[in-house]
Design a binder for this molecule. Structure first.
Ligand code: C2E
Ligand code: MG
Ligand code: MG
Ligand code: MG
Length: 287
């Protein structure tokens, strides 16, 4: 029924089955097919910007299913975490991201790091470090161009093991970023005690920061800590000029959000990178 009406997933589920369990099963089966045939996923890229120059990019998965239509990672990542498919999915994204970033560098485009989201589930395993070493070797990407984004939920289960994994990743030269900081289970302790390189302030504190002094206070205090610890600070989900202006008044952030660019496909990101070096060639004489 969904196909005739345009294959919209929300519509599909509202009409035929309200049961979350059913929805989970359908997505699970569809995901299995994707993972088996290695098709259906696409990696998108969203630039990160500082002082109006692009300084990094985040890789974000997109999945357009023949019948379900586009399914957002917010929906399928939790399903994949439940059934273990997340390991293959993260591995695919990691390979794709590293190969693509290396290729752009080889084309003479900017040498800037790529951020890849890795599920907390991966940090409970020993194989992550080996996997990342293998991906770096196979792609030829230098480790300082790979940034791994983890959310704080990673520390709920077996934190000692997680810290060991992070330390091993640091020792091979990969960068570590804490994603969605301030959302849900958060602790300043993590910033003080972990060998991390970056903190991304969750969009809930950025949205309307120009209108809400409390959000400004929160962001300011994180900035103080980040400065003291020499961490890169990212503001997620910047959508308006007013939010940008307010953040620039507070301090030195890397900015990411629809204001600069939505996540775009490989060609879109390549065009973005080309226009950067053309418009600002005097800044990029290294390339
Ligand atoms: P995230 O890592 O926090 O990614 C940021 C999300 O915010 C992305 O949603 C992005 O499209 C969205 N976003 C960026 N700028 C703006 C803005 O200005 N306004 C608003 N409203 N949203 C903005 P997306 O792509 O739907 O991804 C959702 C989450 O799914 C990600 O959150 C990440 O946790 C997860 N995810 C995506 N790709 C992967 C992956 O390859 N592996 C894993 N494990 N998780 C992934
Ligand atoms: Mg992220
Ligand atoms: Mg985030
Ligand atoms: Mg987020």
């Amino acid at each position: 029924a969904s196909k005739e009406k345009g294959g919209n997933i929300a519509q599909f589920f509202n009409e035929s089955m309200r049961d979350r369990f059913q929805q989970q099963l359908i997505i699970e089966n569809a995901l299995r097919q994707v993972v088996d045939c290695g098709c259906g996923f696409e990696l998108f890229y969203q630039p990160k910007v500082k002082a109006n120059r692009v300084t990094g990019m985040e890789a974000l998965l997109r999945w357009n299913h023949d019948e379900l239509g586009p399914v957002s990672p917010g929906v399928f990542i939790p399903v994949a975490e439940d059934n273990g498919l997340i390991f293959q999915i993260d591995e695919w994204a990691l390979y794709q991201a590293c190969k693509q970033n290396k290729q752009w560098q080889d084309q003479g485009l900017l040498k800037i790091p790529i951020s890849v989201n890795i599920s907390a589930k991966h940090f409970q395993q020993d194989m992550l470090v080996t996997l990342i070493e293998k991906v770096l070797t196979d792609s030829g990407l230098a480790p300082q161009y790979l940034k791994i984004e983890i959310t704080e939920s990673v520390f709920i289960k077996d934190p000692e093991h997680v810290v060991k994994v992070i330390e091993k990743l640091k020792s091979i030269g990969v960068l570590i970023s804490i994603d969605d900081f301030g959302k849900g289970y958060s602790s300043l302790n993590h910033l003080l005690e972990l060998p991390i390189d970056e903190v991304k302030i969750d969009r809930q504190f950025i949205e309307g920061i120009d209108l809400d002094p409390k959000k400004g206070l929160f962001v300011n205090s994180i900035l103080d800590i980040a400065r003291g610890l020499n961490l890169n600070l990212v503001a997620e989900g910047v959508e308006t000029e007013w939010e940008k202006a307010t953040l620039e008044e507070i301090g030195d952030f890397e900015l990411q959000g629809y204001l600069f660019s939505r996540p775009v496909d490989m060609d879109g990101m390549e065009r973005y990178l080309y226009s950067e070096i053309t418009n600002f060639s005097q800044y990029y004489s290294d390339n």
